[in-house]
Design a protein around this ligand. Structure first.
Ligand code: PEP
Ligand code: MN
Length: 284
C-alpha cells in the first residue's frame, strides 16, 4: 500500500509501476477482474414483494450484485428513512433466494456488527465519506466496502478516506464515483468520469460508477453507463424499480426492468471493446 494523499497533478498521468490492481472476491464473484460487476436494485427496500420482483429481473438480466438501502440518508428527516433491520432481513432473504450477493449502506458506526450480519458488502454513501469513525470501524472488519465519493470531496480527500479503512487492515475497497456538486442544476450532480482513469493511475482499488445518483434522470443513465465503461470503470451501480412513479426514494432515476435489460445488452459492445466481459443471459 504505497499511495500518498498528497500526490502532485503530474503524477496523475502514469500508472505507478508498483501497483497491482486489487481483485475483490464475494462468494463466486470477482470485482476488479476482466468481468465487469453490475450492482443493481432499488434505491430503498420497500417491501418483500417489491424487492423480490426487482431482484428476479436484475438477476435474470445479468446483474452480479443486488443493491438495496435499508437505512436511507435522506436530506429531509420527514422523508422515508428506510425499513431498517426489517429491510436488512429482507435483503438477505431475497439475495439468498436468487443466489446473488447483496450490498447495503451503513450510516452509523454503532451498526457495523448488525449490518455485517446481513450483507456481503458494506456501502459508505456520499454523505459519510469523511465519517472517520465509521471508516475506522469498517476498517476493522474483513468485509468488502464500496466507498462512494463525497459529493463535495476532492480526489485527494477521497483517497485519504480509503486510508482510514486500510489502516485497520481492510483493503477490500471498491471506489464509486457518483457525481459531485457543481453549479449545474439540470442534472442532480455532475458525473466526474475523469475520476476513473485518474484513480486507476493512483490506486489499486476497483472503481465503479453510479450514473443513477449522479444524473438523477433515468433517461441519462444508459449513455452515462456506456461512457463509464468506456473510460475504464470496473462496474456500475444502477437503480432499478418496477414502479418508479411510486418509489419511496429516487424514483425519477430508476430504470424499469425492461430498460435495464436493454442496457445490459447494449453494454456488451462497450465491454468487449474494452477487453472486458459482461454477464447477461438474454438473447438480442
Ligand atoms: C445510494 O446508493 O442509495 C445512495 C444514497 O447514494 P449516494 O450516497 O451516492 O447518494
Ligand atoms: Mn438513492
Amino acid at each position: 500500500m504505497n499511495y500518498n494523499c498528497i500526490f502532485k497533478p503530474q503524477s496523475y498521468t502514469r500508472r505507478r509501476h508498483n501497483q497491482i490492481p486489487i481483485r475483490i472476491h464475494v462468494k463466486n464473484i470477482e470485482i476488479g477482474g476482466d468481468a465487469l460487476t453490475i450492482f443493481a436494485g432499488p434505491c430503498a427496500i420497500e417491501s418483500e414483494a417489491q424487492l423480490f420482483e426487482i431482484a428476479k429481473s436484475v438477476k435474470e438480466y445479468g446483474a452480479t450484485i443486488l443493491r438495496g438501502g435499508a437505512f436511507k440518508p435522506r436530506t429531509s428527516p420527514d422523508e422515508f428513512q428506510g425499513l431498517g433491520v426489517e429491510g436488512l432481513k429482507l435483503l438477505r432473504k431475497v439475495g439468498d433466494a436468487f443466489d446473488i450477493p447483496v450490498v447495503t449502506e451503513i450510516l452509523d458506526p454503532r451498526d457495523v456488527e448488525l449490518v455485517n450480519t446481513y450483507t456481503d458488502i458494506f456501502q459508505i454513501g456520499t454523505r459519510n465519506m469523511q465519517n472517520f469513525s465509521l471508516l475506522t470501524e469498517i476498517g476493522r472488519t474483513n468485509k468488502p466496502v464500496i466507498l462512494k465519493r463525497g459529493m463535495s470531496a476532492t480526489i485527494r480527500e477521497w483517497i485519504c478516506a480509503t486510508r482510514y479503512i486500510t489502516k485497520g487492515g481492510n483493503n477490500q475497497i471498491i471506489m464509486c464515483e457518483r457525481g459531485i456538486r457543481t453549479f449545474e442544476d439540470a442534472t442532480r450532480y455532475t458525473l466526474a468520469l475523469d475520476a476513473v482513469p485518474l484513480l486507476k493511475s493512483q490506486i489499486e482499488f476497483p472503481i465503479i460508477v453510479d450514473p443513477s445518483h449522479a444524473t438523477g434522470h433515468a433517461s441519462l443513465v444508459p449513455a452515462m453507463s456506456k461512457a463509464s465503461l468506456a473510460c475504464g470503470a470496473d462496474g456500475l451501480m444502477i437503480d432499478v424499480h418496477c414502479d418508479p412513479k411510486n418509489a419511496l426514494c429516487d424514483g425519477p432515476q430508476a430504470l424499469i426492468p425492461s430498460e435495464f435489460k436493454t442496457l445490459m445488452i447494449e453494454l456488451t459492445t462497450i465491454a468487449n471493446a474494452m477487453g472486458r466481459s459482461i454477464a447477461h443471459n438474454i438473447q438480442k
